[in-house]
Design a binder for this molecule. Structure first.
Ligand SMILES: *Cc1c(COP(=O)(O)O)cnc(C)c1O
Length: 368
């Protein structure tokens, strides 16, 4: 009984094909297709402006950006993190030979709980890796204060937070470095891609990262690190240049969809709508809804929507410490807030071209 078009949880924003081709022409003619050509360098300059950060470095995808950035700090020991995130966050710690120490998240934003960070610190702790879940900023001030006091690195998984500002500052300015994913499913995309942002003063500290991304080469005959290949290519940079020209309109369109969801769902008993705090300029990356004590449970709502060809997703389920590859070691850790959220959350479709009519159709089905 399908009464409308298929609606996925997200849909990639695209520039006009003519705009893409125009921007691609110099790349095509130059035959410089990867390895930091003119398009990548231009893209990084545009990103510095837009994100209001001092340094931006592009990668093949968000995961490798995070994994290589952590690799380049040459850490050993324990890293405090949360399980209410994409499994990529946890993998980036463990694949670097580090031990994740999971702590729970806060009720309102589902970001790491700073009080629990403090309690989890041991003499082996070297860093905090925290996610700005749904584009909601972590309690960055409290985290910075703790990190300073204990001499820890702060690394943000800002995969959801492109364009977010906190207290008037681009979110990429907080911590030692931030990773943004520019995957096709994110607010802003380069087909596949990722970025690391950091400050000028940390340029030396992150010089290894910028070599590891390219097999560890520091010059054609000097291979200083056991590197990998995590380079962004020029076609991706061209897509980024085009999409960046339209990002403000695209976020405004998301905002209209988000406001409609709020109008329709706010105050309904058993439905909770997580929101960023007043200090945040948000990007409407996702529209998470917590079904807790509602007449249907989360899985029932998801199934009901799927029957109508609408595909909402469980971001995040399972929590990462319970993923099959981590469960044996970390599955028993008590994480009540994250666990409960993962059992009750459904992220409803959210993208720039989602119409008010689409939102109404989705809300009608949820509320019926
Ligand atoms: C998407 C995502 C990643 C991984 O980014 P890719 O570009 O897909 O590799 C990492 N962390 C979070 C929180 C994400 O949502």
């Amino acid at each position: 009984m399908m009464s409308g078009k298929r609606v996925n949880v997200t849909r990639s924003s695209m520039p006009e094909l003519s705009e893409f081709i125009e921007e691609l022409k110099p790349v095509w003619d130059s035959r410089w297709l990867s390895n930091r050509g003119a398009a990548s360098l231009k893209f990084e300059e545009m990103l510095k402006q837009f994100l209001e950060v001092e340094q931006v470095y592009c990668f093949a995808n968000g995961h490798l950006a995070l994994e290589v950035a952590i690799n380049g700090l040459f850490l050993e020991g324990e890293v405090i993190t949360t399980p209410y995130t994409h499994v990529s966050t946890t993998h980036s710690i463990v694949r670097n030979g580090l031990t994740p120490v999971f702590v729970d998240v806060e009720e309102q934003t589902y970001t790491i709980n700073p009080d629990l960070i403090e309690k989890a610190i041991t003499e082996k702790t070297v860093a905090i890796v925290a996610t700005h879940v749904y584009g909601f900023p972590c309690d960055v001030d409290a985290i910075e204060e703790i990190a300073k006091r204990h001499g820890l690195y702060v690394i943000y998984d800002a995969a959801h937070a492109f364009g977010v500002k906190y207290k008037g500052i681009g979110i990429g300015n907080y911590g030692d470095l931030s990773m943004f994913s520019t995957h096709a499913t994110k607010v802003f995309h380069t087909i596949e891609g990722g970025l690391v942002t950091y400050k000028n003063k940390d340029d030396d500290k992150l010089s290894a990262m910028r070599k590891i991304v390219n097999f560890g080469f520091s010059s054609p005959e000097d291979i200083d690190y056991i590197g990998t290949n995590a380079r962004m290519n020029e076609f991706e940079a061209v897509m980024g240049i085009c999409n960046l020209r339209h990002i403000e309109e695209e976020i405004q369109k998301r905002r209209l969809a988000g406001e409609r969801y709020w109008e329709r769902l706010e105050g309904v008993p058993g439905i909770k709508l997580p929101k960023p705090g007043l200090d945040t300029v948000w990007n409407y990356a996702y529209f998470p809804v917590i079904f807790d004590g509602y007449k249907m449970n989360r899985d029932q709502v998801q199934a009901k929507l799927a029957k109508e060809d609408i595909y909402a997703r469980k971001y995040f389920y399972p929590i990462t410490n319970e993923a099959a590859c981590y469960a044996e070691k970390y599955g028993e850790i008590d994480m009540p807030v994250a666990k409960h959220a993962s059992e009750c959350v459904l992220t409803l479709p959210m993208y720039a071209d989602l119409t008010i009519g689409d939102v109404d159709r989705i809300c009608d089905i949820v509320l019926q």
